[in-house]
Design a protein around this ligand. Sequence first.
Ligand code: MN
Ligand code: MN
Length: 478
Amino acid sequence: MKEKRLSKSEWKQLEKDLLRERKPVWPRLKAKERKEVLDFSDGYRSFLSTTKTERETVNFIRRTCEKKGFVPVSRISSDNKKILWTYKNKLAALAILGKKTISQGVRIIASHIDSPRLDLKQNPLYEELDMAYLKTHYYGGIKKFHWVARPLAIHGTVLRDNGESVRIVIGEDGADPVLTINDLLPHLAAKVQADKKLKEAIPAEKLNVLVGGIHLPGPDEAKEAVKLRILALLNERFGIKEEDLISAELEIVPAGPAREVGFDKAFVGRYGQDDRICAYASLQAIISLQEVEDTVIALFLDKEEIGSDGNTGAKSRFLELILYDLFRCQGIVPEADSLVRALMGSRAISADVTAGIDPDYQEVHEKRNDARIGYGICLTKYTGARGKYSANDAHAEYVNWIRRIWNGFGVMWQAGELGKVDEGGGGTVAKYMARHGMDTIDAGPPLLSMHSPFEICHKVDLFMSYKAYQAFYQCEER
Ligand code: MN
Ligand code: MN
Protein backbone atom coordinates (compact mmCIF):
# COMPACT_ATOMS: atom_id res chain seq x y z
CA MET A 1 0.00 0.00 0.00
CA LYS A 2 1.34 3.36 -0.96
CA GLU A 3 0.53 6.33 1.29
CA LYS A 4 0.07 9.77 -0.20
CA ARG A 5 3.00 12.06 0.59
CA LEU A 6 1.74 15.25 2.27
CA SER A 7 2.71 18.63 0.88
CA LYS A 8 4.42 21.21 3.09
CA SER A 9 1.19 23.10 3.67
CA GLU A 10 -0.83 19.95 4.36
CA TRP A 11 1.81 18.86 6.84
CA LYS A 12 1.65 22.24 8.59
CA GLN A 13 -2.12 22.09 8.70
CA LEU A 14 -2.14 18.57 10.15
CA GLU A 15 0.36 19.57 12.81
CA LYS A 16 -1.81 22.56 13.66
CA ASP A 17 -4.92 20.37 13.89
CA LEU A 18 -3.45 17.51 15.91
CA LEU A 19 -0.42 18.49 17.94
CA ARG A 20 -0.45 20.31 21.25
CA GLU A 21 2.48 22.65 21.08
CA ARG A 22 4.22 23.81 24.23
CA LYS A 23 4.92 27.49 23.85
CA PRO A 24 6.25 30.09 26.28
CA VAL A 25 3.77 32.76 27.36
CA TRP A 26 5.66 36.00 26.80
CA PRO A 27 6.05 35.86 22.98
CA ARG A 28 2.33 35.13 22.67
CA LEU A 29 1.21 38.20 24.67
CA LYS A 30 -0.02 41.43 23.11
CA ALA A 31 1.60 44.70 24.19
CA LYS A 32 -1.35 45.55 26.44
CA GLU A 33 -1.18 42.16 28.15
CA ARG A 34 2.56 42.49 28.72
CA LYS A 35 1.93 45.70 30.59
CA GLU A 36 -0.75 43.97 32.67
CA VAL A 37 1.72 41.20 33.55
CA LEU A 38 4.30 43.71 34.77
CA ASP A 39 1.81 45.85 36.69
CA PHE A 40 0.35 42.78 38.37
CA SER A 41 3.77 41.65 39.53
CA ASP A 42 4.45 45.07 41.10
CA GLY A 43 1.48 44.62 43.42
CA TYR A 44 2.59 41.09 44.14
CA ARG A 45 6.07 42.17 45.16
CA SER A 46 4.75 44.68 47.64
CA PHE A 47 2.40 42.01 49.06
CA LEU A 48 5.28 39.52 49.45
CA SER A 49 7.48 42.10 51.12
CA THR A 50 5.01 42.74 53.92
CA THR A 51 3.37 39.35 54.47
CA LYS A 52 5.76 36.77 55.83
CA THR A 53 3.50 34.99 58.32
CA GLU A 54 -0.03 33.57 58.30
CA ARG A 55 -1.28 36.38 60.55
CA GLU A 56 0.25 39.09 58.38
CA THR A 57 -1.34 37.50 55.33
CA VAL A 58 -4.77 37.31 56.99
CA ASN A 59 -4.44 41.00 57.88
CA PHE A 60 -3.57 41.83 54.29
CA ILE A 61 -6.56 39.84 53.01
CA ARG A 62 -8.85 41.59 55.51
CA ARG A 63 -7.65 45.09 54.57
CA THR A 64 -7.75 44.40 50.85
CA CYS A 65 -11.17 42.78 50.69
CA GLU A 66 -12.88 45.28 53.00
CA LYS A 67 -11.90 48.02 50.54
CA LYS A 68 -13.68 45.97 47.88
CA GLY A 69 -16.94 45.72 49.82
CA PHE A 70 -16.50 42.40 51.64
CA VAL A 71 -18.15 42.37 55.06
CA PRO A 72 -17.14 40.18 58.02
CA VAL A 73 -19.71 37.40 58.49
CA SER A 74 -20.65 38.68 61.96
CA ARG A 75 -21.84 41.99 60.45
CA ILE A 76 -23.59 40.95 57.24
CA SER A 77 -27.11 42.03 56.37
CA SER A 78 -29.44 40.63 53.74
CA ASP A 79 -28.10 42.83 50.92
CA ASN A 80 -24.46 41.81 51.40
CA LYS A 81 -23.24 39.48 48.69
CA LYS A 82 -19.54 39.62 49.61
CA ILE A 83 -18.51 37.96 52.84
CA LEU A 84 -15.28 37.58 54.83
CA TRP A 85 -14.46 34.95 57.46
CA THR A 86 -11.34 34.81 59.57
CA TYR A 87 -10.52 32.23 62.22
CA LYS A 88 -7.83 32.54 64.91
CA ASN A 89 -6.25 35.25 62.70
CA LYS A 90 -4.54 32.47 60.76
CA LEU A 91 -7.20 31.24 58.39
CA ALA A 92 -9.38 33.34 56.08
CA ALA A 93 -12.10 32.86 53.51
CA LEU A 94 -13.93 35.13 51.10
CA ALA A 95 -17.18 34.37 49.31
CA ILE A 96 -19.39 36.05 46.76
CA LEU A 97 -22.96 34.80 46.74
CA GLY A 98 -24.07 33.68 43.31
CA LYS A 99 -27.45 33.81 41.60
CA LYS A 100 -27.90 30.05 41.95
CA THR A 101 -28.63 28.36 45.23
CA ILE A 102 -25.61 26.91 46.97
CA SER A 103 -27.42 23.58 47.24
CA GLN A 104 -26.25 23.13 43.61
CA GLY A 105 -22.63 23.46 44.69
CA VAL A 106 -20.06 26.23 44.96
CA ARG A 107 -16.66 26.93 43.42
CA ILE A 108 -13.68 26.95 45.73
CA ILE A 109 -10.05 27.94 45.29
CA ALA A 110 -7.96 26.80 48.25
CA SER A 111 -4.42 28.06 48.79
CA HIS A 112 -2.22 28.02 51.89
CA ILE A 113 -0.60 30.95 53.63
CA ASP A 114 1.96 29.17 55.82
CA SER A 115 5.50 28.69 54.52
CA PRO A 116 8.55 26.72 55.67
CA ARG A 117 10.58 28.65 58.24
CA LEU A 118 12.24 28.43 61.65
CA ASP A 119 9.94 28.80 64.66
CA LEU A 120 11.29 29.77 68.08
CA LYS A 121 11.22 27.06 70.70
CA GLN A 122 9.27 27.50 73.94
CA ASN A 123 12.37 28.50 75.94
CA PRO A 124 14.36 30.12 73.16
CA LEU A 125 16.74 32.61 74.75
CA TYR A 126 20.13 31.57 76.14
CA GLU A 127 23.65 32.88 76.56
CA GLU A 128 26.81 31.04 75.52
CA LEU A 129 30.35 32.45 75.52
CA ASP A 130 29.07 35.98 76.07
CA MET A 131 26.65 35.91 73.17
CA ALA A 132 22.88 35.57 73.22
CA TYR A 133 21.03 33.15 70.93
CA LEU A 134 17.50 31.91 70.20
CA LYS A 135 16.75 28.19 69.84
CA THR A 136 14.56 27.20 66.87
CA HIS A 137 12.54 24.27 65.62
CA TYR A 138 12.07 24.27 61.87
CA TYR A 139 8.56 24.25 60.38
CA GLY A 140 7.94 22.32 57.15
CA GLY A 141 10.45 20.99 54.66
CA ILE A 142 13.66 23.02 54.64
CA LYS A 143 17.23 22.44 53.53
CA LYS A 144 19.03 23.52 56.67
CA PHE A 145 22.13 24.88 54.95
CA HIS A 146 19.91 27.54 53.31
CA TRP A 147 19.36 29.21 56.65
CA VAL A 148 22.86 29.91 57.90
CA ALA A 149 25.01 32.97 57.24
CA ARG A 150 22.27 35.16 55.85
CA PRO A 151 20.26 38.14 57.15
CA LEU A 152 17.13 37.01 58.97
CA ALA A 153 14.15 38.79 60.49
CA ILE A 154 11.78 37.82 63.27
CA HIS A 155 8.01 38.18 62.79
CA GLY A 156 5.26 37.16 65.15
CA THR A 157 2.97 37.61 68.06
CA VAL A 158 3.59 37.40 71.79
CA LEU A 159 0.84 37.16 74.40
CA ARG A 160 1.82 39.01 77.59
CA ASP A 161 0.92 37.84 81.12
CA ASN A 162 -2.00 40.29 81.16
CA GLY A 163 -3.39 38.64 78.00
CA GLU A 164 -2.44 41.50 75.76
CA SER A 165 -1.16 40.62 72.30
CA VAL A 166 2.01 42.27 71.00
CA ARG A 167 3.08 42.15 67.37
CA ILE A 168 6.81 41.90 66.77
CA VAL A 169 8.72 42.56 63.56
CA ILE A 170 12.47 43.12 63.70
CA GLY A 171 14.79 43.04 60.74
CA GLU A 172 12.73 44.57 57.93
CA ASP A 173 12.95 48.32 58.60
CA GLY A 174 16.17 49.95 57.38
CA ALA A 175 16.79 51.27 60.90
CA ASP A 176 16.41 47.79 62.42
CA PRO A 177 19.21 45.30 62.97
CA VAL A 178 18.87 41.90 61.30
CA LEU A 179 19.48 38.52 62.92
CA THR A 180 21.54 35.62 61.62
CA ILE A 181 22.59 32.01 62.19
CA ASN A 182 26.36 31.68 62.11
CA ASP A 183 28.08 28.95 60.12
CA LEU A 184 31.45 27.31 60.44
CA LEU A 185 34.42 28.65 58.46
CA PRO A 186 35.65 26.29 55.68
CA HIS A 187 39.06 26.06 57.35
CA LEU A 188 37.56 24.03 60.21
CA ALA A 189 34.63 22.41 58.45
CA ALA A 190 36.41 19.44 56.86
CA LYS A 191 35.33 16.78 59.36
CA VAL A 192 32.19 18.14 61.04
CA GLN A 193 30.56 19.30 57.80
CA ALA A 194 32.31 18.66 54.49
CA ASP A 195 32.61 14.87 54.84
CA LYS A 196 28.96 14.45 55.85
CA LYS A 197 25.83 14.01 53.85
CA LEU A 198 24.28 17.36 52.92
CA LYS A 199 21.22 16.79 55.11
CA GLU A 200 23.38 15.93 58.12
CA ALA A 201 25.98 18.65 57.76
CA ILE A 202 23.96 21.21 59.67
CA PRO A 203 21.96 19.63 62.50
CA ALA A 204 18.69 21.28 63.54
CA GLU A 205 20.03 22.00 67.02
CA LYS A 206 22.69 24.23 65.50
CA LEU A 207 20.10 26.50 63.85
CA ASN A 208 20.44 29.02 66.66
CA VAL A 209 19.87 32.69 65.96
CA LEU A 210 22.46 35.25 67.08
CA VAL A 211 20.70 38.12 68.87
CA GLY A 212 23.17 39.83 71.19
CA GLY A 213 26.69 40.47 72.45
CA ILE A 214 26.77 43.47 74.79
CA HIS A 215 26.81 43.04 78.57
CA LEU A 216 24.39 44.85 80.81
CA PRO A 217 26.48 46.65 83.43
CA GLY A 218 25.86 45.24 86.92
CA PRO A 219 27.44 43.78 90.04
CA ASP A 220 30.68 41.75 89.69
CA GLU A 221 28.99 38.42 90.42
CA ALA A 222 26.23 38.99 87.81
CA LYS A 223 25.77 36.13 85.32
CA GLU A 224 24.40 36.11 81.77
CA ALA A 225 24.62 39.87 81.40
CA VAL A 226 24.15 39.67 77.61
CA LYS A 227 20.96 37.64 77.87
CA LEU A 228 19.58 40.01 80.52
CA ARG A 229 20.30 43.01 78.30
CA ILE A 230 18.37 41.36 75.45
CA LEU A 231 15.41 40.78 77.77
CA ALA A 232 15.65 44.41 78.97
CA LEU A 233 15.66 45.61 75.35
CA LEU A 234 12.64 43.47 74.44
CA ASN A 235 10.88 44.66 77.57
CA GLU A 236 11.54 48.29 76.76
CA ARG A 237 10.33 47.98 73.16
CA PHE A 238 7.50 45.45 73.49
CA GLY A 239 6.74 45.22 77.23
CA ILE A 240 7.47 41.49 77.31
CA LYS A 241 9.45 39.24 79.65
CA GLU A 242 10.97 35.77 79.31
CA GLU A 243 7.86 33.76 80.27
CA ASP A 244 5.84 35.63 77.62
CA LEU A 245 7.98 33.92 74.95
CA ILE A 246 6.23 30.66 75.86
CA SER A 247 2.86 32.02 74.75
CA ALA A 248 4.19 33.24 71.44
CA GLU A 249 4.44 32.48 67.76
CA LEU A 250 7.71 33.92 66.60
CA GLU A 251 8.94 32.99 63.15
CA ILE A 252 12.47 33.45 61.82
CA VAL A 253 12.24 34.34 58.14
CA PRO A 254 14.64 35.77 55.53
CA ALA A 255 14.96 39.55 55.91
CA GLY A 256 14.25 42.05 53.17
CA PRO A 257 11.73 42.85 50.46
CA ALA A 258 10.81 40.94 47.31
CA ARG A 259 13.02 41.78 44.35
CA GLU A 260 12.88 41.62 40.60
CA VAL A 261 15.37 39.05 39.37
CA GLY A 262 17.35 38.96 36.13
CA PHE A 263 18.80 41.68 33.89
CA ASP A 264 15.46 41.67 32.09
CA LYS A 265 13.48 41.51 35.37
CA ALA A 266 11.62 38.39 34.20
CA PHE A 267 11.27 36.94 37.69
CA VAL A 268 10.19 37.78 41.21
CA GLY A 269 12.40 36.49 43.99
CA ARG A 270 11.49 36.18 47.64
CA TYR A 271 10.76 33.86 50.51
CA GLY A 272 7.26 32.47 50.99
CA GLN A 273 5.98 32.24 47.41
CA ASP A 274 4.90 28.69 48.25
CA ASP A 275 2.08 29.34 48.57
CA ARG A 276 1.43 33.05 48.92
CA ILE A 277 1.71 33.37 45.15
CA CYS A 278 -1.53 31.39 44.82
CA ALA A 279 -3.07 33.19 47.80
CA TYR A 280 -2.36 36.52 46.08
CA ALA A 281 -3.54 35.37 42.63
CA SER A 282 -6.80 33.92 44.01
CA LEU A 283 -7.39 36.96 46.23
CA GLN A 284 -7.00 39.29 43.25
CA ALA A 285 -9.23 37.01 41.19
CA ILE A 286 -12.11 36.97 43.67
CA ILE A 287 -12.00 40.70 44.43
CA SER A 288 -12.06 41.45 40.69
CA LEU A 289 -15.52 39.89 40.35
CA GLN A 290 -18.90 41.56 40.52
CA GLU A 291 -21.74 39.13 39.78
CA VAL A 292 -21.32 35.37 39.65
CA GLU A 293 -23.63 32.49 38.76
CA ASP A 294 -22.34 29.92 41.25
CA THR A 295 -21.29 31.08 44.69
CA VAL A 296 -17.49 31.41 44.75
CA ILE A 297 -15.13 30.97 47.68
CA ALA A 298 -11.44 31.70 48.18
CA LEU A 299 -9.97 29.73 51.08
CA PHE A 300 -6.64 30.71 52.62
CA LEU A 301 -5.44 27.83 54.77
CA ASP A 302 -2.82 27.37 57.46
CA LYS A 303 -0.65 24.34 58.39
CA GLU A 304 -0.32 22.88 54.88
CA GLU A 305 3.44 22.60 55.22
CA ILE A 306 3.10 20.36 58.28
CA GLY A 307 0.31 18.10 57.06
CA SER A 308 -2.83 20.31 57.22
CA ASP A 309 -3.60 19.25 60.81
CA GLY A 310 -4.77 21.65 63.50
CA ASN A 311 -7.94 23.72 63.67
CA THR A 312 -6.74 26.20 61.05
CA GLY A 313 -5.64 23.57 58.52
CA ALA A 314 -7.44 21.97 55.60
CA LYS A 315 -8.48 18.99 57.72
CA SER A 316 -10.53 21.27 60.02
CA ARG A 317 -14.29 21.78 59.66
CA PHE A 318 -14.07 25.44 58.74
CA LEU A 319 -15.38 24.92 55.21
CA GLU A 320 -18.53 23.23 56.51
CA LEU A 321 -19.23 26.21 58.73
CA ILE A 322 -18.83 28.56 55.77
CA LEU A 323 -21.42 26.59 53.85
CA TYR A 324 -23.89 26.72 56.74
CA ASP A 325 -23.41 30.50 56.87
CA LEU A 326 -24.01 30.69 53.13
CA PHE A 327 -27.22 28.62 53.40
CA ARG A 328 -28.42 31.13 55.97
CA CYS A 329 -27.48 34.05 53.70
CA GLN A 330 -29.63 32.56 50.95
CA GLY A 331 -32.51 32.01 53.38
CA ILE A 332 -32.29 28.21 53.10
CA VAL A 333 -32.95 26.01 56.13
CA PRO A 334 -30.55 23.13 55.50
CA GLU A 335 -31.85 19.58 55.84
CA ALA A 336 -29.77 16.73 57.21
CA ASP A 337 -28.14 15.97 53.87
CA SER A 338 -28.02 19.50 52.39
CA LEU A 339 -24.45 20.21 53.41
CA VAL A 340 -23.07 16.96 52.06
CA ARG A 341 -24.99 17.40 48.81
CA ALA A 342 -23.78 20.98 48.35
CA LEU A 343 -20.19 19.90 48.99
CA MET A 344 -20.48 16.95 46.62
CA GLY A 345 -21.85 19.22 43.92
CA SER A 346 -18.96 21.66 44.31
CA ARG A 347 -15.81 22.18 42.27
CA ALA A 348 -12.41 23.07 43.64
CA ILE A 349 -8.95 24.11 42.61
CA SER A 350 -6.20 23.31 45.05
CA ALA A 351 -4.08 26.35 44.25
CA ASP A 352 -0.51 25.46 45.02
CA VAL A 353 2.85 25.81 43.38
CA THR A 354 4.70 23.09 41.54
CA ALA A 355 8.35 22.58 40.68
CA GLY A 356 9.52 24.19 37.44
CA ILE A 357 12.19 22.26 35.53
CA ASP A 358 15.55 23.45 36.78
CA PRO A 359 17.99 23.53 33.83
CA ASP A 360 20.82 22.42 36.10
CA TYR A 361 18.97 19.46 37.61
CA GLN A 362 17.08 18.10 34.65
CA GLU A 363 17.88 14.57 35.81
CA VAL A 364 15.17 14.71 38.51
CA HIS A 365 12.57 15.99 36.07
CA GLU A 366 10.69 14.29 33.31
CA LYS A 367 10.99 16.84 30.54
CA ARG A 368 7.81 15.88 28.73
CA ASN A 369 5.63 16.06 31.81
CA ASP A 370 7.11 18.55 34.22
CA ALA A 371 6.24 22.24 34.29
CA ARG A 372 8.38 24.75 32.46
CA ILE A 373 9.11 28.17 33.85
CA GLY A 374 7.39 30.86 31.79
CA TYR A 375 4.87 28.50 30.19
CA GLY A 376 1.87 29.51 32.28
CA ILE A 377 -0.13 27.97 35.12
CA CYS A 378 0.39 24.23 35.52
CA LEU A 379 -2.58 21.88 35.75
CA THR A 380 -1.67 18.87 37.87
CA LYS A 381 -4.16 16.01 37.66
CA TYR A 382 -2.50 14.12 40.48
CA THR A 383 0.26 14.69 43.01
CA GLY A 384 1.47 12.02 45.42
CA ALA A 385 4.58 9.87 45.35
CA ARG A 386 5.63 6.33 44.48
CA GLY A 387 2.69 5.22 42.39
CA LYS A 388 0.38 8.21 43.05
CA TYR A 389 0.19 7.21 46.71
CA SER A 390 -1.82 9.76 48.74
CA ALA A 391 -2.97 11.57 45.61
CA ASN A 392 -6.28 13.11 44.76
CA ASP A 393 -6.36 11.99 41.15
CA ALA A 394 -8.85 14.27 39.40
CA HIS A 395 -11.41 12.67 37.10
CA ALA A 396 -11.00 13.05 33.34
CA GLU A 397 -14.41 14.77 33.09
CA TYR A 398 -13.31 17.46 35.52
CA VAL A 399 -9.95 17.95 33.78
CA ASN A 400 -11.90 18.34 30.57
CA TRP A 401 -14.15 21.02 32.06
CA ILE A 402 -11.18 23.00 33.38
CA ARG A 403 -9.29 22.83 30.10
CA ARG A 404 -12.31 23.97 28.13
CA ILE A 405 -12.97 26.98 30.36
CA TRP A 406 -9.32 28.00 30.32
CA ASN A 407 -9.10 27.74 26.56
CA GLY A 408 -12.33 29.73 26.32
CA PHE A 409 -10.90 32.50 28.48
CA GLY A 410 -7.51 32.62 26.73
CA VAL A 411 -5.57 31.30 29.73
CA MET A 412 -2.11 30.06 28.78
CA TRP A 413 -1.54 26.85 30.68
CA GLN A 414 0.48 23.67 30.75
CA ALA A 415 -0.13 20.25 32.27
CA GLY A 416 2.42 18.39 34.31
CA GLU A 417 3.52 16.67 37.45
CA LEU A 418 6.24 17.18 40.03
CA GLY A 419 9.41 15.35 39.06
CA LYS A 420 10.19 11.92 37.71
CA VAL A 421 8.15 8.96 38.90
CA ASP A 422 9.89 7.43 41.94
CA GLU A 423 12.19 10.45 42.27
CA GLY A 424 10.20 11.93 45.15
CA GLY A 425 6.95 13.86 45.12
CA GLY A 426 4.69 15.93 47.27
CA GLY A 427 1.13 16.57 48.35
CA THR A 428 -1.22 19.50 48.61
CA VAL A 429 -4.61 20.22 50.22
CA ALA A 430 -6.33 18.67 47.18
CA LYS A 431 -7.10 15.39 48.92
CA TYR A 432 -8.63 17.16 51.92
CA MET A 433 -10.93 19.13 49.62
CA ALA A 434 -11.80 16.00 47.65
CA ARG A 435 -12.86 14.07 50.72
CA HIS A 436 -15.85 16.41 51.03
CA GLY A 437 -16.94 14.86 47.72
CA MET A 438 -16.20 17.75 45.41
CA ASP A 439 -14.24 17.52 42.17
CA THR A 440 -10.77 18.87 42.87
CA ILE A 441 -7.64 19.50 40.86
CA ASP A 442 -4.27 21.10 41.53
CA ALA A 443 -3.29 24.18 39.57
CA GLY A 444 -0.61 26.74 40.25
CA PRO A 445 2.53 28.37 38.90
CA PRO A 446 5.89 26.58 38.75
CA LEU A 447 8.70 27.86 40.97
CA LEU A 448 12.46 27.51 40.99
CA SER A 449 14.22 27.06 44.35
CA MET A 450 10.93 26.04 45.97
CA HIS A 451 11.05 25.87 49.81
CA SER A 452 14.21 27.97 49.86
CA PRO A 453 14.67 31.43 51.40
CA PHE A 454 14.63 32.93 47.90
CA GLU A 455 12.02 31.28 45.74
CA ILE A 456 11.71 32.35 42.10
CA CYS A 457 8.60 32.73 39.95
CA HIS A 458 8.26 34.00 36.40
CA LYS A 459 5.99 37.03 36.14
CA VAL A 460 3.95 35.48 33.31
CA ASP A 461 3.20 32.36 35.39
CA LEU A 462 1.92 34.52 38.24
CA PHE A 463 -0.31 36.44 35.85
CA MET A 464 -1.65 33.34 34.09
CA SER A 465 -2.51 31.85 37.48
CA TYR A 466 -4.57 34.95 38.23
CA LYS A 467 -6.32 34.69 34.85
CA ALA A 468 -6.94 30.97 35.36
CA TYR A 469 -8.49 31.46 38.79
CA GLN A 470 -10.62 34.30 37.47
CA ALA A 471 -11.87 32.10 34.60
CA PHE A 472 -12.69 29.29 37.05
CA TYR A 473 -14.85 31.67 39.11
CA GLN A 474 -16.44 33.47 36.18
CA CYS A 475 -17.30 30.72 33.75
CA GLU A 476 -21.04 30.12 33.56
CA GLU A 477 -20.82 26.65 32.06
CA ARG A 478 -21.36 23.75 34.47
MN1 MN B 1 2.47 24.59 48.81
MN1 MN C 1 5.33 23.61 50.26
